[in-house]
Design a protein around this ligand. Sequence first.
Ligand SMILES: Nc1ncnc2c1ncn2[C@@H]1O[C@H](COP(=O)(O)OP(=O)(O)OP(=O)(O)O)[C@@H](O)[C@H]1O
Ligand SMILES: [Mg+2]
Ligand SMILES: [Zn+2]
Length: 402
Amino acid sequence: MSYLVLARKWRPQKFDDMTGQEHVVRTVANAIKMDRVAHAYLFCGPRGVGKTTAARLLAKALNCEKGPTAQPCGECRACTEIAAGTSVDVAEIDGASNNGVENVREIRENAKYLPQRDQHKIYIIDEVHMLSGAAFNALLKTLEEPPGHVKFIFATTEAHKLPDTILSRCQRHNFRRIPAARMLQRLQEICKAEGAGISDRSLSLVVRQSEGGMRDALSLLDQVLASCGANPSDEEVADALGAIDRTLVQDFADALVHKDAKRVLERVEEVFNRGLDLKRLAEELAFQLRHLFVTKTLGKAPDELAESEQKALMALAQDAEAAQLTRLFDVVHGCIWDVSRAAQPRLALEMALLKAIQLSPGGSIPELLARVDKLAAGMGEGSAKSNAGAPGGRSSPSNFRA
Ligand SMILES: Nc1ncnc2c1ncn2[C@@H]1O[C@H](COP(=O)(O)OP(=O)(O)OP(=O)(O)O)[C@@H](O)[C@H]1O
Ligand SMILES: [Mg+2]
Ligand SMILES: [Zn+2]
């Protein structure tokens, strides 16, 4: 059998398997249970978050031989054919290539006839925003009062391009980017089932690069498995993704917090020699400092990170002061743009990091307070002397206020 990419192999076949779109799944499942299924649905949201998947699941739910049911059997002819995209009563139409008025007329003509075998005739139109103005107009009438056996499910990444007339005739559901922690969990399950040993740390890297899109995450995972085999090291995964190894990023943050300029310079050289993108490094570092600051503030590391990373962050946050972290973040975040534009990115980055170390107040607050106290005590002696000859002189702040 030919190799099936993970995204297709792991397309959810039950509503329960959909990750992170509970708000949609719940409403749709309830409508089915209560027999209140709308005649037109619009699924919108970013790419690869489950719109087409949900459309197929809804089609199965409506046409399953045991249905309509929120738990389609997955085994009957209707269910298996819908999953394979070969059902006679479920048409999956690509709106981008069938965007003319004649295409919609054909749908309109066809919709009049009863379904050939199953209970509903279902039209899934993907990328529906690509239809022409005339095509939308041709669709309006059918959309207003479709025959009882007809259901429309539209999917789009760009709902704002749809005319209001269409929007107002559909029940709209907004799909969200998948929360990082949920995605990590799903990737762990998939890796386990696939017999792939990829560390949580590396999986979080995949999660981060996917920006909330499950298809992107699975494609990245494919890429990793294809280029490094089933048991890659963290470094191999980072290389395969063109990313910077998390261990290295953590070590950078550690060196910055501990004001270890020598280690910082050594690490920059290492990244530079490996030919990695320095702007990317600056961005990763800014993110890491953000995570560190969040950890310091909330007393808890962000959930989306691997457990080992969370532990490391908690430990490092103990050693750092909030003021120091904001300073470090400001400088590092501020240098991203410079590094991307500089004639010598390496110099720009090195100088920024050294500056960050110089400018960030070190030591703990109690330590600093003790130092301030000591200074103040010293100044007190000095000013007492200089003020001796000028009683009521203007040098003390309290006199200004008076
Ligand atoms: N919410 C999700 N839960 C689990 N897997 C998902 C989810 N969303 C997407 N996937 C995975 O990504 C693949 C692609 O999803 P799908 O085709 O439903 O995305 P889409 O939202 O229609 O994207 P596009 O806008 O690019 O058409 C699925 O086959 C599945 O493996
Ligand atoms: Mg789709
Ligand atoms: Zn079925």
